[in-house]
Structures are given as C-alpha cells and as structure tokens.
Design a protein around this ligand. Sequence first.
Ligand code: GDP
Ligand code: MG
Length: 372
Amino acid sequence: TDPILVAELASRMAFKSAQVVQKLFEMGMPTTVNESVDADTAVLIVEEFGHKAKIINAAAVEDVLVEDVSEDSPEDLEPRPPVVVVMGHVDHGKTSILDALRKANVADGEAGGITQHIGAYMVKLEGGERVVFVDTPGHEAFTGLRARGASMTDVAVLVVAADDGVMPQTVEALNHARAAGVPIIVAMNKMDKEGADPEKVMRQLAEHEVIPEEWGGNTMFVPVSAHTGLGLDDLLEMLALQTEILELKANPQRRGKGIVVESRLDRGRGPVATVLVQNGTFNQGDTVVVGSATGRLRAIVDENSVQHRTAGPSIPFELLGLDSVPEAGQEIFAVENEKQARDIVRYRKDMEREQGAEAKKRASLDELFANM
Ligand code: GDP
Ligand code: MG
C-alpha cells in the first residue's frame, strides 16, 4: 500500500507532527516526522485521533484523510430527493422528455423564465416532493464513479422510442444502470407517433430480463409522449413512488461532499462546475477541494441563476470560485480551512508529479526494450 509521510498525515488531520510521532511511539511504532507509514497504519492513527477512517482504495490514502467518513447517527438523517438519470438510445427523446418535465415545472412558476443548462436540475412535484434530474449523456453519470463503488444517481429512466424499439444503446444504458444497481423505470416515448408499439418494447426488454409489472415482473413501464405531454405526470408519479420505496436519506448537518457533474472555463466567471451534493451541506464561503483544484465557494447558483447561501443533499448547483477547472466525476469536499486545502492540494500535486515521472520512466524503458 502507498505510504504517507508522518508530517503529511499530521497536517491533514490538523494535528501537530509531534503529537502523531508521540502516538506512533505509544503504539510501538517509533517513526520520525520525515518517515512514512503505510496506509493501514495511517488509518489506525487517524482513528486514534478520534476520526473515523476507512480505506476506500489503498492507492488513494489521501482520500481517507480528506473525506470525513465518520458515520451519520440515525437521528441526523433526513429524507433527501432522488437523483434521476435519463438514459437511452440516441434520438429516442431523452432531451425532449427532460425539457418537457422542466417546462411543466417552470410553468408552475418557481422562478420565471431563463433557465440555464448546468447539467442537472430540480423539479418540484405537485405533492411537494422534489426530484433531481441529471442531464448528462447517460453513461457519463456512471463512469469513473463506479470504479469507486459510488454512483451519483438513485433511479434510471430508460427511454425507448415506441416506434423504434430497443436499440444497441438502449441495451448499453440498461447495462450501466444494472451495474450501478439502481432501479429502472422504462419510459416508452413517442406514443403520439404512428407505428408506436409499446407491446413490442415490453417484449424486447423482457428478453433482457426487464419484466413489466403487468407481466408479473417488477419494472414499471410508462407510455409517454414528450411532444403531447401524454404520461409525463404518470412518469413523475412513478418516480415519487420509487423514491418512497428507496427511503433515501442524508445528513445535512455535516460538511458538504459532492460530485462534479459538469465543468468548464467561463470567460467572465472563471472555472465553473456543476456540483451534485451527496451528503452534508455546502455553504457560501466554504473552502473546497476537488482533485488538485481548490477555492472558496464564492457563489452557489441554481439553474435559474438564483443565488443561494447553502446547498444540501441531492441539490445540484453551479459553483464559482475554484482556481482551476475540475473534471466531471471528481469528488468535491468542503474542508476545515484554507491551510488544510493547501496541504491536500500540494500533496495531490506531488503525487501527480511522482506518478507522471514514473510513467515517463516506464515509457522510456519500454522504448529501450522495443529498440533492443
Ligand atoms: P435524445 O437524443 O434522446 O436526447 O432525443 P431528442 O430529445 O433530441 O429527440 C430526438 C428527436 O425525436 C427530435 O426530433 C424530437 O423532436 C423527437 N421526439 C422526441 N420525443 C418525441 C415524441 O414524444 N414524439 C415525437 N413525435 N417526436 C419526439
Ligand atoms: Mg439529447
């Protein structure tokens, strides 16, 4: 496992090196500040100092130290909205369905008018429930995250055009959703079109072991039309139902932790990232770290360009104030203070450099052997 310098370990826990050295000595592992300990020992130390730690991935010891993985006590947990991804074959109507749902929402008069594409947005249902839609090309909602056993979505809506039926990317999307272990709702779209054949869609998906409820299976199928609006209410209702079953909860009391959904460099505003909050609450003014980018959370902006002071679990928001552009799929954490942020970023940049140097060394060795 990857070692970590005692000095680094101490700094990331915001303890003095001497305290960590003392603790190591007490634990029968005399080590100096400039020596390294392995990941297991690091975890032991972290726990000794009253933090909870777990190794998510031995190669990413630093994640153990950045992320506060202490467990939430049940009384702190509160219901959170589901995060829904809409997937399916190209041109089967994903964007149209999302637009139709959003328009219905805007008509309800949340914040009039101009909505921006930020890659995720929230819809308020009639009963007051909230649903968050992730509006990224389907698989991107999963790749990268799955490797770490995380997923940013709770429910997948699989869109299949009822006139076209199951296509290669339908199956691909299905496999992604399955691998992520999220429940699937099938939206059979374009029901207004001549030749729409929902029975065929059901048969085709049954061949992939997605069995409709009316056939004794456990998957909800709903006929919809993004154009006429047919069935969209049913779709939302099913999402509400599915949400109730999942009993999604999070702890808004702790420091914010989220995932970058989208990012870009904006001419006027600098690095901009859309963040989906996984747990805790981000507050305006928080210091955050994402990859080797850091910054103070200058503004929390929603898709209606409205500014907020905080963003809690499942809430998507645009983040301004980072010093560089993070990558989609990266995890973002609020940290204790700027010093901690600087330490983490320095450590990560060192790691990147080291890995880069090693890769270069390997490459030149490969070249050497290739030329022999
Ligand atoms: P995406 O690639 O899955 O995002 O699909 P789009 O939403 O871009 O839709 C592809 C095409 O299908 C567009 O020309 C839409 O106008 C059309 N379309 C989408 N939904 C419907 C629908 O319910 N009925 C009909 N007739 N056309 C639709
Ligand atoms: Mg689209």
